[in-house]
Every structure is written in C-alpha cells, then in structure tokens.
Design a protein around this ligand. Structure first.
Ligand code: NAD
Length: 469
C-alpha cells in the first residue's frame, strides 16, 4: 500500500525506493505501507496552496464551512472499519480502541460543526458603535504526535476550518497512513488547498514552524519539541497553541472502595498502552489502603491480554514505535532498581514492541519513574500519610496537564482538587474529555486551550471596529 500526500487538492508523491518512508506495524515490526518522503519543496507548495485557498475559504459562509466539517464526520462513520483496521496496523492499539478513536473523532467533528466564531457589540449608543469581530488568522500549521493518529489531527483541523483558516498538517512520522487515507476520502468535497498533509521523517517540522506564511502553529507533542516550536515561531510572531506532556497524579484518599477505584485507575492509566497525554502516570495512595490497592492493581494488570491489536481479545497492544519502546525499557529498568515490580515486564523475545502492564510499588518522589513522564504501560504507586500535605507533593512537578482525586466523600476530594496545579482535575473519574470541555495545561504542559468555544477562539484574531456616529 502506498498512500500519497495531499497538497492543493492533489494526491502527490512517487512510489520510488529513494523517496518513500516505510510504515511499520509495531506488532510485527514489518512494513505494511509506505508514504512519500516529503521535502522542503512540498512544505512550500502546501503552504502556498493553503495561502491561495485562504481568502475564498474565509469568505465561505459559516454554514457551508460547518457543513463540510459535518461531511468529514460522515466519512468517518461510513469508513470506520477500513480506517480502524489501518489504525490498528500503524498505531498498534486494539481494534475496539481504534474504532473508539474513530467514533470519538466523529463526535468531535459533529460538535465543531455547531461552533462559530463569536463577535459581540461592546458599545452602541448615540456617540459610538463598537463591535468586536473574530477574524481568521490565515494558514495554520498542525503538528501531531503518534498516539492518536486521527483524533489529534481532528482537534486541529476541525476548529481551524470552522474559524475560517486553511491548514497544513504534519502527522507524526510513524503514523501517517490513516490520516492520509481519511483525507483522500474527504478530498471529493473539501475545496483544494483548504487541507494539506505533508509526511516526513521527523525533519520538516522546523521548516513549517519557521515559514513566513504560516500564521499559527497548533502543536501536540513533547515538551522539548514544544519549546523549540515556540522559539522558531518567535521570528514571525506566530500564534502558538502547545498541548504538551503530562505526569498526571491520581490521589487516593483513605476512604475509597479499593476494588472499584483500582479498576477505574487501571482504565485511566493503561488506555492505549499508557500512551495518552492525560493518562494517570503516578498514583499517590494513602497508607491505610496502600497494600490493598497495589495488590488489586497488580491483579487487574495480570489479567491483561497483551498482543497484536488486530487479534480478538487483545486488551493492550504494542508500544507504537521502537524509540518509545527503548525508552520504556529504560523506565522498567530504573523502576526495578527503585521499587518492587508487582506485575508485568518488557517482552524480550519475539517480534513486536510488547510490554506487559507493569505495576511498581515502594517508589518515591525523586525516582525516575515518578518524576518523569513514562508515556507507556508502567504505573508507579507512591505511599503517603498526610492528606493535608498531598497536594504540595503532587504539585512538585514541571507538568500540570491533568490530575484526579478519589474518595467516597465528594466534598473531601473536591477540597484537594481545588489545590492542584493542573489544567483538568477529575473527581472520582479519569479521562473524561470532550469537544465542549476546554483542555489546557498548567506550567510545562502547554500554552493555550483546545476544544470548546475557548479553543475555537485560538484560531482567530480579535478585531475591533469602532465607529463614531
Ligand atoms: P514529539 O514532540 O517527538 O513529536 C511530535 C511532532 O513534532 C511530530 O510530528 C514530530 O515530527 C514533530 N517535530 C519534532 N521535532 C520538531 C521540531 N523541531 N519542530 C517542529 N516539529 C517537530 O512527540 P511524540 O513523541 O510524537 O509524542 C509524545 C509526546 O506528546 C508525549 O510527551 C505526550 O504527553 C505528548 N502528547 C500530548 C498531548 C496533549 O494533548 N497534551 C496529546 C498527545 C501527546
């Protein structure tokens, strides 16, 4: 399978040995598809096409723009099976999770199709009429990671288009196929140049973020790359939205129902093999329930079915790529040194980047597995004794994406929740996100907001028209 790029409404790229990138199935380590190796020239062409398409797209009535976003949702619904299979092959996640991502993405698009940039009248009296308008920015660059190959691009494309911008999207180098296939299907009704997709070998991001004709960069990925993007956007004062990493703490108060809480914690930590920005990445469990919770989590982890996501019954697929797999191996090694492993481990034999879900106890703040973002299926459980001091401990992190607090008493949990430094704090739940709920990070977890009206605002410029009567 050779999947072409999309530039200016044309499917482009030649299937030649020198100019293609092999796409690897992480469950087999075999290549199952290829995409073109995009070049600087392709980025320039894509930005040019997006710039050309911008005036007429910005002038397209909002209802028509919303209609096109809705049609994109229809394509997902009509092709869920084909796209889901492709996603499982390239990303590794079990087929039900791939179908879940597609259904999720459809829902996000349907919601974006109800949004519109909101202006308002600031003053209208005998002397002045002052109106606030929201004006699209121009060409947006969307740069994406590999954990959600359709959902994260949709988080950028949907609002960018509804707000009247055009976009050049760069998928992660290891997950370009599903998104290209999706937009090949949408190419029948999306006007030429409104959406452009260029694939790369991790080398074209800076060319896009430095480009003088790109007005805004919407980035999801690691903190290190986020910092580079901010620096490279400075030259032309581009707007930036940065959705970066997290090291989300789950704080378990002493009064919980341990069994029920453990099941929810497990779900919030190991979805997509832990490769979720907002996954639970460290658990602070009160000493009263510490041993019981550790054992319960280990029990659940031991029941995981780790394997090829295409096989029925698999609950955890492989790590998405070799570089991340190596990173997880190092985390597992340091966790073994610093604490006690209760379940799981890295599968050393055979093909595929498999890791059985690891529960590690007796670790503490300062240990690598607690302080750093693992972004994989390893969960550290830290014991604490004083509920009044727990927020201070949890807040001692460079990140501040999400957090959760668990207790039979909503009041007690909410009291702790209010003292946490995180963009989203859940009480007695995890990973409840949606297109109507703003998503933002404190501290090193990002700049700006995605989703909801607040997220849409980031794709437009405020303009005031001030009329003297
Ligand atoms: P990454 O930062 O390595 O790569 C992300 C994207 O940036 C890729 O497309 C890559 O090619 C591109 N890129 C790399 N260097 C660049 C540069 N100098 N300029 C411009 N673009 C560049 O991240 P990753 O490994 O793909 O993803 C994992 C990270 O993403 C984790 O830290 C995770 O927490 C984070 N993430 C955050 C969210 C969120 O919404 N906050 C969602 C998913 C993932």
């Amino acid at each position: 399978m050779f999947q072409k790029m999309l530039i200016g409404g044309e499917l482009v790229g030649k299937d030649k040995k020198k100019s293609r990138i092999k796409v690897i199935n992480p469950a087999t380590e075999k290549s199952f598809a290829a995409v073109p190796k995009g070049t600087k020239k392709d980025i320039n062409k894509a930005v040019k096409a997006a710039k050309k398409a911008f005036p007429s797209w910005a002038a397209t009535p909002i209802a028509k723009r919303q209609d096109i976003v809705n049609k994109m949702a229809d394509v997902l619904a009509d092709n869920a099976d084909v796209l889901g299979r492709l996603m499982t092959k390239e990303q590794g996640k079990p087929m039900p999770e791939a179908l879940g991502e597609i259904a999720w993405s459809e829902g996000y698009l349907r919601h974006y199709a109800t949004l519109k940039p909101k202006g308002r009248t600031i003053q209208n009296d005998a002397d002045f009429k002052i109106e606030l308008r929201r004006v699209p920015l121009g060409v947006v660059a969307g740069i994406c990671p590999w954990n959600f190959p359709i959902l994260v691009p949709i988080w950028k494309i949907g609002p960018a288009l509804v707000a009247g911008n055009t976009i050049v999207l760069k998928p992660a180098p290891t997950t370009p196929v599903t998104i290209l296939k999706f937009f090949e299907l949408c190419n029948k009704f999306v006007p030429a140049g409104v959406i452009n997709i260029v694939t790369d070998e991790n080398d074209l991001g800076p060319i896009l973020t430095n480009h003088k004709d790109v007005a805004k960069v919407s980035f999801t990925g690691s903190c290190d790359t986020g910092k580079k993007i901010m620096a490279s956007s400075a030259g032309t004062l581009k707007r930036v939205t940065l959705e970066l990493g997290g090291n989300d703490a789950a704080i378990i108060l002493p009064d919980v129902d341990v069994k029920a809480t453990a099941a929810q914690i497990y779900g919030g930590a190991f979805l997509n093999a832990g490769q979720v920005c907002l996954a639970i990445k460290r658990v602070y469990a009160h000493e009263k329930i510490y041993d019981e919770l550790c054992d319960e989590l280990a029990n659940i982890a031991n029941g995981a079915v780790v394997g090829n996501g295409a096989h029925q019954g698999t609950t955890i697929g492989p790590i998405q790529n070799k570089a991340q797999y190596k990173k997880i191996k190092k985390f597992a090694k340091s966790a073994r040194k610093d604490g006690k492993i209760l379940s799981g481990g890295v599968a050393e034999k055979g093909k595929g980047y498999f890791v059985n879900p690891i529960i590690v106890r007796d670790v503490k703040d300062g240990d690598k597995i607690v302080d750093q973002e693992q972004f994989g299926p390893i969960l550290p459980i830290i014991k604490y004794s004083d509920v009044n001091k727990i927020s201070k401990k949890a807040n001692k992190s460079e990140y501040g994406l999400g957090a959760s607090v668990w207790s039979k008493s909503v009041a007690k949990a909410t009291k702790v929740a209010n003292t946490l430094e995180a963009g989203t704090v859940w009480v007695n739940q995890a990973l409840n996100i949606g297109p109507h709920i703003p998503m933002a990070g404190f501290k090193g977890s990002g700049i700006g907001v995605e989703q909801s009206d607040e997220g849409l605002d980031e794709y437009s410029q405020v303009q005031v028209i001030n009329i003297a009567k």
